[in-house]
Each structure stands twice: as structure tokens, then as C-alpha cells.
Design a protein around this ligand. Structure first.
Ligand SMILES: *Cc1c(COP(=O)(O)O)cnc(C)c1O
Length: 357
């Protein structure tokens, strides 16, 4: 069975180093757990590393973490209308952009006799979620009028859909919006959440971070990278996740298929380069398990192609044998897909140093 190895000490180290780095200027961290589906040992490692909140996009993942006994402040990153009852029950804080949804949350918070805390997301150019800045005051006013809803902050999300980069201009705009709301409604906003793993460069170069006092980090903690250019953050581990699968065939074959060439299993017409006879290996891992373009084999292997259940490798005369294991590094989508596959076993390790791939 293929397995994903997760080095918990590396995740703990990353969370700790990022908490210290961002903490220097008063920024608290939400550890984002959606890529690992709220996998409890990973989340524990983030909390041990110092993140103050755990944020996930799925209420099911938050339920899972609570059932596992994890105790922290849970933040829901996405708010489906029809799950309001469960959101109030399970999440301490949610991110919001629609009054309809807030009304539902208010309704269930009243029934459950509690206050639900909310952060309003503002649209600052990336064109994913967010209330337009010119409508923010009106939106905040309506939010403040809802019983059992407590407005604790505003936030924005950049570099996700439109690729809009966090910079001094948009971060300054968010800070200013916070000032405006506070003044206008005589309130104090506790959280100004400036973004995600793409905010590293802004943070490193900004002369003044303004009112920004929170970030929501997934990829930086899990893979040690910022996400505007996918550069490694100095001192962080970038290989905490490795995917391992087994060789189920290894043979010398020609590099060109024979016979008339038609469509492959996925409707593409393949074309290959003639490199003569090559040592080829097939591993028991396929598109049903993981996004293949997310796999990074070491330089002694090359991925020639894949189908639902197989990956075909040029093993470059490495002489792989049936039963041997092949190891891959993964990018963020690779982690997301591998963690979601029911066919991949999750294995937690105490590996701290870099393993040879
Ligand atoms: C997924 C998500 C994040 C985390 O993004 P990373 O790039 O992994 O740090 C932050 N905020 C929101 C709203 C998200 O959906």
C-alpha cells in the first residue's frame, strides 16, 4: 500500500520558527489544517510549535479534531450557509462575506445560547472571497446589529485566485479599513488578518506592518515555503512530507510504443521520444491517489506517464527491483490529494533531519 510519511518534528520546528519570526512584530498565527484534513497529530505539532488558532475550510475536519480531543481556538475559513448550526457548535470563529450567512449563524447562536465570533473578509484585488471595501461599513453595521454575533476582526485573502500579491499598498488599505470601522462604530477589532503564506515577502520587506496582527498559514508550516515564488523560507524544513510507493514491474522495454497510435486512457494522443531500450519501472500509485504533476522524484528517476493506478518510470538504469520502494517529494496539491486518498496510508515519523530522497 502506498504511504505518506509525515515528519512531525519538522512541522513542529516550522510552526515554532514561523511563530517566532512573525511574533517579532506582533503577528499571531492561525495554523491552516485543510491540506492534511485536520489530521490530529499534524495539528498537535502546529500547536506545540506555537500557533494560536487552528483554521480549516471544512467543518467536518474541525469536528474530527475536536473528537480527537484537540483543544484550541478553531476558525472556519469557508462558510457554507447550510452548515450554520454545526459551525456555531464547532467553530469558535468564522470568516464571513454574506449577511444571509451571518443571519443564519446568529439564529443558531441564539438557539445554542452562545456568541459566535466572526471576521469579515474584504476584497482587496484577488477576486476570491471578500466584501467590497466601499460596502464594508454598511456590512459591518448590519453585522453589529445581529444578536449573538461578535465582530472581532477583518481580514483579506490574496494570491489565491487572481494572483494578487500582498504588498504595502493592500496591507495599508486593510489597516486603514480597520481604523475606519473602529472609529465609525466605536469598537475595537482584535484581529486584522492580512493573509496567508504569500505574505512572507511583504512581511520581510515592509517598513511598517500597520495594524496587521494575524496571518493564516498552511503551506509555510507544512512545506517551509512562501507562496508568491515558492521560495524556501530560510531555516525551515521543506520535505516534511514524502510519498512512498512500491515497484510492481521492472523491465527493459523500448521507449516507443508499437502499432498504430490511438488515444490513451484519458483521451490524449501520446507522443514519445525514441531513446532506445530503457529500464522502466511501474509503481503501484496512480491518478486515483495523487495529482501526478505534484510528485518530484529524485534525479535518478523520470516519470514517463501515469494512469489511474500506475506510474511508469524511466529508472535510468537504477536497477529497481519488484518490491523496491520509490520515494517522492510533494508540493502542496500533492499533499492535499494524497491526504484525501483512502488508498494512501498516513504514517507519522519522528524524523527531524532531511531524509535522502
Ligand atoms: C487555505 C487558506 C489559507 C492558507 O493558505 P496557505 O497559502 O496554505 O498559507 C489562508 N486563508 C484562507 C482563507 C484559506 O482558504
Amino acid at each position: 500500500m502506498p504511504r505518506i510519511e509525515i515528519a512531525l518534528p519538522q512541522i513542529r520546528d516550522n510552526a515554532r520558527m514561523l511563530s517566532e519570526l512573525y511574533g517579532q512584530k506582533g503577528i499571531s498565527l492561525m495554523g491552516v489544517s485543510k491540506a492534511v484534513l485536520g489530521e490530529p497529530p499534524v495539528v498537535e505539532a502546529m500547536i506545540q510549535g506555537g500557533v494560536k488558532f487552528i483554521a480549516d475550510s471544512r467543518i467536518e475536519n474541525i469536528q474530527r479534531m475536536k473528537t480527537a480531543g484537540i483543544s484550541t481556538q478553531f476558525v472556519l475559513l469557508r462558510t457554507p450557509l447550510s452548515q450554520a448550526e454545526s459551525i456555531v457548535k464547532n467553530a469558535d470563529i468564522s470568516l464571513n462575506t454574506e449577511i444571509e450567512t451571518l443571519k443564519e449563524l446568529s439564529h443558531y447562536a441564539k438557539i445554542q445560547n452562545k456568541n459566535h465570533r466572526v471576521i469579515i473578509m474584504v476584497e482587496l484585488g484577488d477576486l476570491r472571497e471578500g466584501v467590497l471595501p466601499c460596502e464594508l461599513s454598511d456590512f459591518a453595521k448590519k453585522t453589529l446589529a445581529l444578536p449573538h454575533i461578535e465582530l472581532i476582526g477583518i481580514g483579506c485573502n490574496l494570491a489565491c485566485h487572481g494572483g494578487a500579491k500582498p504588498d504595502e499598498t493592500n496591507m495599508h488599505q486593510l489597516s486603514k479599513l480597520a481604523d475606519v470601522l473602529e472609529k465609525k462604530f466605536q469598537i475595537r477589532l482584535e484581529i486584522i488578518s492580512g493573509g496567508n503564506s504569500a505574505n512572507y515577502e511583504w512581511y520581510s520587506s515592509a517598513r511598517d506592518i500597520g495594524r496587521i496582527n494575524n496571518l493564516r498559514l498552511g503551506e509555510s508550516i507544512l512545506l517551509g515555503r512562501e507562496t508568491t515564488n515558492r521560495k524556501a523560507i530560510p531555516g525551515l524544513h521543506t520535505r516534511a512530507f514524502q510519498l512512498i510507493a512500491e515497484v510492481i514491474e521492472s523491465k527493459n522495454k523500448t521507449s516507443l510504443p508499437s502499432g498504430e497510435i490511438c488515444q490513451d486512457a484519458f483521451g490524449n494522443t501520446p507522443s514519445f521520444q525514441d531513446r532506445g531500450m530503457r529500464q522502466r519501472a511501474i509503481i503501484a500509485l496512480g491518478r486515483q491517489d495523487v495529482q501526478i504533476s505534484s510528485l518530484k522524484p529524485d534525479s535518478s528517476l523520470e516519470i514517463l506517464g501515469s494512469s489511474s493506478d500506475h506510474i511508469i518510470l524511466d529508472s535510468k538504469n537504477q536497477n529497481l527491483k519488484v518490491g523496491d520502494e520509490v520515494r517522492f517529494d510533494l508540493d502542496y496539491s500533492g499533499i492535499l490529494s494524497a491526504m484525501t486518498s483512502p488508498f494512501i496510508r498516513k504514517q507519522f515519523t519522528d524524523r527531524r533531519s532531511r531524509a535522502a530522497a
